[in-house]
Design a protein around this ligand. Structure first.
Ligand SMILES: C[S@@+](CC[C@H](N)C(=O)[O-])C[C@H]1O[C@@H](n2cnc3c(N)ncnc32)[C@H](O)[C@@H]1O
Length: 278
C-alpha cells in the first residue's frame, strides 16, 4: 500500500514533517483538546456495529481507534501520508494505509462513514478532494470534515499574541495551508449532493485553564516562526511567561465541523462493499 513519496504536503519534508521530534506531542495535544467535541458529533450519527469507516489523515489515531471500538463487526481504514504514529495492533478491525490521500483512490460506494480533521486545510485542490471523498460513500453514508478557521490575529487583546498569531498564520499560508477554507464546508457538502448537512463550531482556547494545546503548536512551529522574521526569541520567552498568567486567555482559532449524508438511493455507479485501492 506504500506509495511514492508525496509532494503535496508540508507533512513530507516541510514545516510539519513527522521527522520533527515534537510532532508526536503536537498530534497528542490536538487529540486531547478536541477529541471530545469530535466524538460527541460522531455519537449523534447513527453509527452501526458493522460500518466500514475511513479516517483520512489519521495522525496519532485516536478517532480511528474510537471508531474501531464502535464498529466491532465492521472495519476502519486509517490512512495517513506518514503512519509512524499509528498502531495497527490496537484493534483487529483496524487497517493502516500509508498513502498520500490526494493520490489514493477507493472503490466508489465503499464507506458508511468518512471522517477527516485538520487535513483538508493542508491539501491542494481541497474542493476536488471533498468531491472524491463523497464518491467513496456508500448509500446513506456520512462525510464528516473538521477544519480550523483562524480568527484575525490583529483582534487579539494581547499585543504579543497578535505578533505570534500573525507569524503563525503567515507561516502556515507560506506552507500551502488555508486556515479559512473551513467556512466553505457546509456549502461544499451540499454541492456534492449530500443531504442532512449540519455543522458546529468549537472555539479554541489559548491560556486560561488550557495549559498545553497551543504550547506544543507554537513550540513545533518555532523555527519557522523565527525564520519569518515576524517574531523574536524574546517573544517566545514572553509567551512562556504569559501562559503562566491566570489572567491570560484568548481565542486564537476555531474549528468548523460539518457533516452530510449521501442519499440512500443514489448509488448508480458503485460496485461492492470492498475498499480495494485502485
Ligand atoms: C494536523 S494532523 C491531524 C491528525 C488527526 N486528524 C487529528 O486531528 O488528530 C494532519 C495529519 O494529516 C496527515 N496528512 C497531511 N497531508 C496528507 C496527505 N496528503 N495524505 C494523507 N495524510 C496527510 C499528516 O501526516 C497528519 O497526520
Amino acid at each position: 500500500m506504500t506509495q511514492p513519496p508525496a509532494v503535496t504536503s508540508p507533512y513530507n519534508t516541510g514545516m510539519l514533517s513527522n521527522d520533527a521530534p515534537r510532532e508526536r506531542g503536537r498530534l497528542e495535544s490536538i487529540q486531547r483538546s478536541v477529541d471530545t467535541f469530535t466524538t460527541n458529533i460522531l455519537e449523534s450519527l447513527p453509527i452501526q456495529a458493522n460500518w466500514n469507516c475511513l479516517e483520512l489523515g489519521a495522525g496519532a489515531g485516536s478517532i480511528a481507534y474510537w471508531l474501531a471500538t464502535r464498529c466491532p463487526d465492521g472495519r476502519v481504514v486509517a490512512v495517513d501520508v506518514d503512519t509512524r504514529h499509528l498502531d495497527a495492533g490496537r484493534a483487529t478491525n483496524l487497517e493502516i494505509h500509508e498513502a498520500d490521500i490526494t493520490r489514493q483512490d477507493y472503490t466508489p460506494g465503499t464507506f458508511d462513514l468518512i471522517h477527516a480533521r485538520y487535513l483538508f486545510c493542508h491539501l491542494p485542490d481541497r474542493d476536488e478532494m471533498v468531491a472524491r471523498a463523497a464518491g467513496w460513500l456508500s448509500p446513506g453514508g456520512w462525510l464528516f470534515i473538521e477544519e480550523p478557521y483562524d480568527l484575525p490575529a490583529a483582534t487579539s487583546p494581547f499585543p504579543l499574541i497578535q505578533r505570534i498569531l500573525t507569524a503563525y498564520q503567515h507561516t502556515y499560508r507560506r506552507n500551502g495551508a488555508d486556515m479559512t477554507w473551513a467556512r466553505r464546508l457546509p456549502a461544499l457538502l451540499a454541492r456534492n449532493a449530500l443531504t442532512e448537512v449540519a455543522f458546529d463550531g468549537n472555539l479554541g482556547r489559548m491560556g486560561g485553564l488550557e495549559k498545553d494545546r497551543w504550547r506544543p503548536l507554537i513550540d513545533r512551529a518555532a523555527p519557522d516562526l523565527l525564520a519569518s522574521g515576524l517574531i523574536t526569541d524574546a517573544d517566545l520567552t514572553e509567551f512562556t511567561e504569559l501562559l503562566k498568567d491566570p489572567a491570560f486567555i484568548d481565542i486564537p482559532q476555531m474549528t468548523i465541523s460539518a457533516w452530510g449524508r449521501r442519499p440512500s438511493d443514489t448509488l448508480a455507479s458503485s460496485t461492492s462493499a470492498d475498499s480495494t485501492c485502485k
